[in-house]
Design a protein around this ligand. Structure first.
Ligand SMILES: CCCC(=O)SCCNC(=O)CCNC(=O)[C@H](O)C(C)(C)COP(=O)(O)OP(=O)(O)OC[C@H]1O[C@@H](n2cnc3c(N)ncnc32)[C@H](O)[C@@H]1OP(=O)(O)O
Length: 297
């Protein structure tokens, strides 16, 4: 898997059109993205939010309203209504509009109206980075704050299953740390080593996991050789398992702002995929995120 175009190709064979429920849809970039996604034949959408603002924004953007709108001015309530549409099977994907991430995630976790299943829910971001020979997946930049070993197993399981569904038979996972040796003063190195051993012994299946690895060793064969690291993952990582939300989010935003990467992201492990894009994301990235969600719906 090298590019987003392969994801778009896979969607072309899809049996039915998916429907996205947009929470607090009164947001210019999100309206542009769902309109584009519909034009591309990726999906249809139901817009939940401030109806007056939605209609006025569509008109300002010279976009024809071809969507069903459900009026709700309070963004947190709109998030719960949109999540419930997905829970009830009227829609297939939830997408964040002009509502803060925490409110959207709380709507996802709500036991009565949300999308929790008992599985761990985690975020995966995909990057097409110029010069890297494969798609690079980063997890978790958005949902789990300070995951312990058990949560990291859940994050890893979600990521591996998603990346396999894209056609990567045995994803290579790097447990990213500040160094490539176990140091008990850095819990992430201990967690990465335990995950690697769990993978060796078949407790974690479907991938080749190695760690601790520093980012340079994960991405560059030369850097790994220079340090004498012998690892099937070094220089060839498909998935970067980040130690916590700060490192994940910083890497996500660094790739977004300082490289010409194409990107997208989605929440996995819930009843249905959830698109949680950031203000930092481009229009193209929002459409790519919808495509990732459609493929997973
Ligand atoms: C990458 C682009 C987009 C971004 O930049 S996003 C920006 C950064 N992201 C964020 O600010 C969100 C970070 N996460 C959070 O704030 C919190 O973890 C989050 C998701 C709001 C949940 O926190 P709280 O509302 O305090 O909930 P809580 O921890 O008390 O848990 C309530 C119930 O939900 C469950 N839960 C929490 N996280 C879960 C998860 N990942 N998967 C599955 N279930 C989960 C938790 O077990 C609890 O269940 P129960 O009530 O004990 O049965």
């Amino acid at each position: 898997m090298k590019s987003f175009s392969e994801i778009y190709e896979k969607i072309k064979g899809s049996d039915r059109q998916r429907v996205i429920a947009v929470a607090a849809a009164e947001d210019e970039p999100v309206l542009q993205a769902v309109t584009k996604a519909k034009e591309l034949g990726l999906c249809n959408a139901v817009l939940v939010g401030d109806e007056e603002k939605i209609l006025s924004l569509l008109s300002e953007l010279s976009l024809e309203n071809t969507f069903k709108i459900i009026g709700e001015k309070n963004p947190a309530k709109a998030a719960r209504i949109a999540a419930n549409l997905v829970r009830e099977g009227e829609c297939d994907i939830l997408m964040k509009g002009l509502v803060d991430t925490k409110s959207l995630l709380r709507a996802v976790l709500d036991k009565e109206t949300g999308l929790a299943t008992g599985n761990l829910i985690s975020h995966i971001a995909a990057f097409e980075v110029p010069g890297y020979d494969r798609m690079l997946f980063v997890t978790d930049a958005a949902m789990n704050t300070y995951p312990g070993l058990k949560e990291k197993v859940g994050i890893l399981t979600n990521a591996v299953s998603f990346v396999k569904s894209l056609g990567v038979e045995t994803p290579k996972v790097a447990g990213i740390c500040a160094v490539e040796v176990v140091n008990e003063a850095m819990q992430a190195t201990v967690d990465a080593a335990m995950l690697s051993k769990m993978n060796d012994r078949g407790q974690i299946k479907g991938c080749i996991m190695d760690g601790p690895l520093a980012l340079d060793n994960a991405l560059s064969v030369e850097a790994a050789e220079h340090k004498g690291i012998k690892s099937p993952v070094a220089g060839h990582a498909d998935i970067l398992l980040m130690p916590n939300i700060e490192s994940g989010n910083v890497l996500y935003k660094a790739l977004t702002y300082t490289t010409e990467s194409k990107s997208g992201g989605v929440l996995l492990g819930a009843k249905a995929p959830v698109v949680v894009t950031s203000r930092a994301d481009s229009f193209e990235s929002k459409v790519n995120s919808i495509a990732m969600a459609v493929l997973n719906a």
